[in-house]
Design a protein around this ligand. Structure first.
Ligand code: ZN
Length: 454
């Protein structure tokens, strides 16, 4: 049993002072006592928030941040970026993937994310053959999670086709490809690997309506009848047009009409939706997996936020391409994109006087926890003790009390406020630095330098 005493904490019931938190040996919170703490509790002089779930990540893409910011010969788009990404990943070894993922996960922890949903599609060797252990790459993701202490929901991706209508994969995609049968084997092996990591969960990730057929989608969700289902949907206009041409419906419309969307589902991006699709998705209980910094980086478009919120839609945030890893910045970008679109302020809130920072943070905690299928996202008994502690003495927080702390975190000071981060009740970041930063950063540096020159 571990015990802490926080100066302030953001609890499901609201803000409380001098909060005792007791954590069992399994990393789960046993007791929360506002106003008092057990004898011997470690005093942490800061403001405790639930750690933010990162519901969508492709860890290896961290290693190519900065590689695709130069203008090409024709109009640059998501699709030209994807070619750069395919070239980058074609050379990655399992060691490279583990080194890059470990640094990405360390960065997430320092930036306020305490659990990651790894949408994992880089399965095979560069020739497209499975490794001797079909779960080799999954094991490397689990290894990176174990070495950094971040919570994990592994989402092995089912990726069979190169495009709509059963198109053959292009050479850049051969490392992702599995027919349904081999995917089932991969899932079985991944389940064994994930079982070795305490608290980790597993779900499935049919990559997109481009990469799987409708029959496969029905089959996979029936075979794996429990746990999260994540799918990329409606990120790009061309994808919407191709979906209409091939399936006779827009991607989100097709999923709403043909799959039983419910709380298991997380639709990544869901950028291009009509108001009708938006209202229906909100009603379905599924989560919209928003990745505002990546969507900005790739020029995807702007989520239909106002309508979705009015329909009580659930959402969480993900760092996706990891072009920048920063939980408060993701939420800021989400709100700012909505403001630019609506030409208004404080858009992702509902009631007069409500703090936008709190509204965004609380909704993304709940949506992220649901999408990752774990009891996280709250400082409350029964939830894993994933806690981010802000520096209460930071000058940017002078005079800030209550919800304004979250407004300053989101819109002004950002991740610089984060001092201590714990997962499962164990501090992994102290004074803003991860305990293994030096070794993991060194390995990352040598890996990425070699890849850049290779
Ligand atoms: Zn993605």
């Amino acid at each position: 049993m571990r015990a802490y005493r926080f100066k302030k904490a953001f609890l499901p019931s609201g803000w409380a002072d001098e909060v005792g938190v007791e954590v069992g040996d399994d990393g789960v919170i046993v007791r929360v006592t506002p106003g008092t703490a057990p004898d011997g509790a470690e005093k942490i002089s800061g403001i405790a928030l639930p750690g933010m779930p990162n519901l969508h990540c492709h860890a290896f893409q961290k290693g190519m941040a900065g590689l695709a910011e130069r203008r090409g010969p024709t109009g640059d788009s998501f699709w030209t970026w994807r070619e750069v990404m395919y070239r980058f990943l074609s050379q990655l070894t399992p060691d490279d993937v583990e080194a890059i993922a470990a640094y990405a996960y360390l960065d997430m922890l320092e930036a306020g994310f305490t659990t990651v949903g790894e949408f994992h599609y880089l399965h095979h060797d560069p020739s497209g053959q499975p490794y001797d252990d079909i779960g080799e790459m999954a094991a490397r993701i689990v290894g990176a999670s174990a070495s950094t202490g971040i919570g994990l929901t592994l989402l092995p991706s089912l990726y069979t086709y190169g495009g709509f209508g059963g198109a053959a994969p292009n050479p850049g995609q051969i490392r992702f490809i599995n027919p349904t049968g081999r995917f089932v084997t991969l899932m079985e092996r991944s389940r064994q690997i994930v079982a070795a990591l305490p608290g980790a969960a597993i779900g499935i990730a049919p990559h997109s309506l481009r990469a799987v057929s409708p029959e496969q989608l029905r089959e996979a969700t029936a075979i794996f009848a429990d746990g999260p289902v994540h799918i990329h949907a409606a990120e790009q206009i061309r994808e919407v047009d191709d979906s209409v041409a091939s399936l006779g419906a827009r991607p989100v419309q097709w999923l709403l009409d043909n799959m039983n969307l419910d709380g298991r589902w997380c639709l990544i991006h869901a950028t291009h939706m009509t108001d009708d699709e938006t209202a229906r998705l909100a009603r379905s209980g599924a989560v919209a997996g928003l990745c505002p910094l990546t969507e900005g980086s790739l020029g995807d478009g702007i989520f239909n936020g106002e309508t979705y919120l009015a329909g009580q839609g659930r959402f969480g945030i993900g760092s996706d391409s990891n072009i920048q890893i920063d939980a408060p910045a993701e939420l800021r970008q989400l709100e700012y994109s909505q403001r630019l679109k609506a030409r208004a302020r404080n858009v992702m809130t509902e009631t007069e006087g409500e703090s936008t920072g709190r509204s965004l943070y609380a909704r993304a905690l709940a949506g992220g926890a649901q999408a990752l299928g774990q009891r996280i996202g709250a400082i409350a008994p029964g939830h894993r003790a994933d806690i981010v502690v802000l520096d209460a003495d930071h000058p940017d927080l002078a005079g800030a009390g209550g919800d304004m702390v979250l407004d300053v975190l989101m819109f002004s000071a950002g991740r610089a406020l984060i001092r201590t981060v714990m997962t499962g009740g164990k501090p992994v970041v102290r004074d803003g630095r991860h305990f293994a930063r030096e070794a993991i950063a060194q390995k990352y540096r040598s890996t990425v330098s070699r890849l850049a020159n290779g």
